[in-house]
Design a protein around this ligand. Sequence first.
Ligand code: ADP
Ligand code: MG
Length: 505
Amino acid sequence: SGKWAPVAAVVKELEERCATPVGKLRQVADAMTVEMHAGLASEGGSKLKMLISYVDNLPTGRQELLQAARMTDDYAIMKVDVRGRACTKTAEFMTASQRRLMSGDETGLFYALDLGGTNFRVLRVQLGGKEGRVAKHEFEEVSIPPHLMVGGSDELFDFIASALAKFVASEGEDFHLPVGRQRELGFTFSFPVRQVSIASGTLIKWTKGFNIDGTVGEDVVAELTRAMERQGLDMRVSALVNDTIGTLAGGRYYDNDVVAAVILGTGTNAAYVERAHAIPKWHGLLPKSGEMVINMEWGNFRSSHLPTTDYDQALDNESLNPGEQIFEKLISGMYLGEILRRVLLRLAKEASFFGDSVPPKLEVPFILRTPVMSAMHHDTSPDLKVVGTKLNEVLGIPDTSLKTRKVVIQVCDIVAKRGARLAAAGIVGVLKKIGHDNAVKDGGRTVIAMDGGLYEHYTIFSECLQCTLKEMLGDEASSSVVVKLASDGSGIGAALLAASHSQYL
Ligand code: ADP
Ligand code: MG
């Protein structure tokens, strides 16, 4: 009928512009591989920063030890074997810190602080017992008040340090800090940082809706340390870790075959293990392991092959970081709901989708969050009750028809699946770079550790990502590729890296 023709036209155009046939995804994957090479070749050689993490040894247990550990539920600081060599030979490949960890009788208390985009988490881990296992861990999650994301540096770090101080004050009897020792912390900081050592690094730029004056170019460890001092908290930052690196370290610790980590949360990013000699811009000593973990900062990837729309263009123009993080703005949890809002707004304005007037709330940027989009998208009730309720509660649009609700779901589907398929293409790009995109013999596995609320909770998104990997890699190759959810892997990983870089080793 006349009322619906303009609606159908807008949706059809969206669908065409967002289309991701497998040929296009292959172009995206290839472009990702090319940019990875360029970013490794020289500083500033690519939109992909390909940051050197200074993590050149991930905790890797030999398979049998891991098996034994799994059987006894003995999730341990595993015996470290740098490249899967026989255990008796490993000592010579190890640093002092690793030997200490390998000795297995390290009993230590380590803290981690994970500053993401929406929340931050504080956690403590007790390493103990003969096999040096993670005897106990506790965490707390605090959401970041929005005004602190765009305020002053001291205000943000004071807020974080104060929450950390409170958490430390609640440390129970079952956690033990040896007499005379300072508490140590792994700091997971999920923004692009140029590191010069494992425990220092300067902020390159804010992302994900953060915009704080005076922090870019500063050492974030120094900022945190000063804030802790202001709180009277005696704690040393032993490791500064990107969340991708933490997830990779935490993932590898439980599974030897982990080669990469991907974050799909408020933002998106990836890290992977690269051969040190494949990093031309690295002029330092080659690490003994022959490997270096690279933080890709893939959120900033862009390519002419990416399917973008006028909605994406406008979102980018009006964002805090125009022209930046283009891949992230198509894929991640901060933006999917906002893209949906923009499409619905256009439908309201040009096709009277919600009646004669435009619902005022629909004009408010970021009012429609991705968890709400996800709840609507997963609605399987015959009358799409959840969609109706959310439209009413969140956008103040009452009494929507079933047909209207169906169109809303259709738009959710287009936007979410474009994101999921592009994320899969990114992963294929990484697998290509390390030569893991072909079928393997002998039951070899390639594991990608995944963390982030978007992947964890948005089932249609994560299932679509998995299917797309299969579609791109083919049945045979994809049968050896595993995407493993490592919830809060980044926090535990940071605590482990703090332990392996402890001042007391
Ligand atoms: P961060 O990325 O801030 O470190 P998380 O990994 O917990 O934190 O991811 C939080 C993000 O995940 C939220 O900002 C949101 O975009 C997304 N998210 C959380 N819950 C859901 C959900 N139920 N459905 C879809 N997305 C969700
Ligand atoms: Mg996070």
